[in-house]
Design a protein around this ligand. Sequence first.
Ligand code: ZN
Length: 227
Amino acid sequence: MKKSAVKNLTELIFPSRCIGCFQLGISICSVCRTSWHPHIYLRELTVLGSIYPVVSAVQYSPIASRVLLSAKESNIAAADILLTDAISHSLRYFIKRFGGDILISIPSRRSASRKRGRNFLGEITEEVAKISSMKIEVSKIQLLTHSRSVKDQSALNSRQRFANLSGALGVPNKAISNKGAGNIGSLIIVDDLITTGATLAEAIRALRTAGFEVKGAVTGAVAKPLR
Ligand SMILES: [Zn+2]
């Protein structure tokens, strides 16, 4: 067998490549690791007249984008770990500074969960709570649901995204009546990425309108706001 054939075969059996640059080797190479090194980025969202902090850990970059996609669309375990680490990093800072009791993840569309074979962000959020040494729980009830369909966000600017998402999330009546909004602790919303903040603002709006107390949000990555 030619040497290249052996190498290709090895790659087939052990397809370990850097998530960021596809170099063969460990799951993320040292160069790409510098692009996924948790820091603290703080942004604020104004919703219903109140200001909500959003803490993120990693700045969005082409490499960060590949890490997020590898976790989200390809179920790559190493990418899950990177994202879990980043969100945990944001959360530690968030709780120390702003408090909060209950984690609630942004719901995926049912079609996306079906395609991925899992509730991606729900699983990551469970993992974040598990590895965190803080007194924090994941909401046992599904507090947020999609109340209508929305357009794909990628081609929209900031103003269009806010309009597209306005009123798109809701809290099922069951969730409010089963456990009155007042009985559940204060909420921290979890998402993988904040870009314009339209999704998080809509989630805060829906929860606040249903009577829940929201502290703010944590994300893995933060992109520069679109215009
Ligand atoms: Zn790399």
